[in-house]
Design a protein around this ligand. Structure first.
Ligand code: FAD
Length: 397
């Protein structure tokens, strides 16, 4: 169902409404998703834990995989278009939205490349000819990833020898390339120092990848990576050795924003589904949507969704204008993940028995959206950050 903010005469009143071109892109993508990724297919792939390779290629043909990439490589659009693409996919094949967050992060990390392997990989990536995963988190921790990092890159003749283990890595078993952070030097002042960023072929000798059986997002694998004496030539280092974490910091705002967009998509789909269901399901001689307690819950969901959307749009405008939307992107991610959690939880309650059935989509939205409560930044760390950066309170950790 299409819902817009209008006045009593039905005129659109939204000062944050998107441009006609972006609105047309949204409609075009929605049509593609309806055609190629209908609910039965999403369910089948979720049950089979399969990635939708056909949809991935269709997205490549439509230019969705190239959003935000440099124009001379076939890129177009910016973070505002990425947000639209992720929201639309999250409302349907949510796992593909999770994959796109990774895709856009990899594009941002590789975009400064001017020659060699990184440029070749970037060119293929935007055309859908290869996939890249990003490996930072480890068994020792993802929140305090720099301090917990045990994967070591030891300097040897011609490059580095890498040993260690990465955990919870999206799409590593599908990927042709891995962006990997490894500790190449002990740190003195800050744990983010002494970490180097590598671009490694996923098939390099010594790399082994295992899929993890996860609770949600079944149509994109989540993996463990074992690195056993992997040789990385000096050219595999991206940027300056020892500065890898700082390079990745540059992508944090976009990742938070794109995760917020994924939450918007799930929240919107789950709210629409709940409203339709409430209009049709009857109890005590009336539709359950006539009961005030259910209406209030749905209205609260719509409020949370619109609040979150406003923050996402504001943060995306700042980023697209060349600014750093750090606080706004963090607010957006927190508001959107909480809106999505509230709406999917409320949807499960409203559907009651039907919510418990895997034949209805609510349980999948409820499961899939959990990820964005603790990744790419956890809701607790987002609050810590806001306490410090927005409110000027002492750092709490
Ligand atoms: C499906 C999936 C896909 C993922 N994809 C990737 C990927 O592609 N690449 C990658 O590198 N990682 C990935 N991750 C890892 C993800 O980023 C981490 O799970 C996340 O950063 C949290 O780390 P953790 O699970 O180790 O939790 P922990 O770091 O152990 O945290 C546990 C809890 O403690 C809380 N906590 C920690 N410190 C504080 C503090 N100072 N104040 C308050 N609370 C605190 C956290 O908020 C959390 O609730 C993925 C994870 C999943 C599940």
């Amino acid at each position: 169902m299409e819902r817009s903010l209008t006045d009593a005469a039905g005129r659109a009143l939204d000062p944050l409404a998107e441009s006609p071109e972006r609105a047309e892109f949204r409609r075009e993508l929605r049509r593609l998703i309806e055609r190629e990724s209908p609910p039965e297919r999403i369910r089948e792939l979720d049950e089979a834990a399969s990635f939708d390779r056909e949809l991935h290629q269709s997205l490549a043909r439509m230019g969705v995989l190239a959003l935000g990439a440099p124009e001379h490589l076939g890129g177009a659009g910016d973070v505002r278009d990425q947000v639209v693409a992720i929201e639309e996919l999250a409302a349907g094949p949510t796992s593909m939205a999770a994959f796109l967050i990774l895709q856009y992060m990899a594009i941002q990390v590789l975009s400064p490349a001017e020659d060699g392997e990184p440029l070749r990989v970037l060119r293929e990536l935007v055309g859908g000819g290869c996939k890249v995963s990003f490996a930072m988190s480890e068994p020792g921790g993802g929140t305090d990833a720099a301090r917990a990092m045990r994967t070591r890159a030891e300097a040897v003749s011609g490059g580095y020898r890498i040993r260690g283990q990465k955990l919870w890595i999206t799409a590593a078993s599908l990927a042709d390339w891995i962006l990997l952070l490894a500790r190449s030097a002990d740190f003195e002042r800050s744990p983010v120092d002494g970490v180097t960023l590598f671009l490694l072929p996923a098939g390099a000798d010594g790399i082994r990848v295992r899929d993890i059986d996860t609770f949600g997002l079944h149509s994109v694998p989540t993996c463990e990576i074992f690195l056993d004496d992997v040789f990385a030539p000096r050219e595999a280092v991206l940027g300056e050795p020892g500065r890898g974490f700082r390079q990745v910091f540059g992508t944090l705002n976009r990742e938070r924003l794109n995760a917020a967009a994924a939450c918007l998509g799930v929240a919107r789909a789950a709210l629409d589904y709940s409203v339709d269901y409430a209009g049709q399901r009857e109890a005590f001689g009336s539709p359950i949507g006539a009961f005030q307690s259910l209406q209030h819950r749905l209205a609260d969901g719509a409020l949370a969704l619109e609040n979150a959307r406003s923050l996402v749009v504001r943060a995306a405008e700042v980023e697209a204008g060349g600014g750093q939307a750090d606080v706004l992107a963090t607010l957006a991610k927190l508001a959107a993940s909480e809106a999505a959690a509230g709406i999917t939880q409320g949807g499960m309650q409203l559907l009651a028995g039907a919510g418990f059935s895997r034949e209805y989509p609510m349980q999948r939205w409820f499961r899939d959206v959990r990820l964005w409560h603790f990744a790419p930044v956890s809701d607790e760390m987002a609050r810590n950050y806001l306490g410090e950066r927005l409110l000027g309170l002492p750092r709490s950790y």
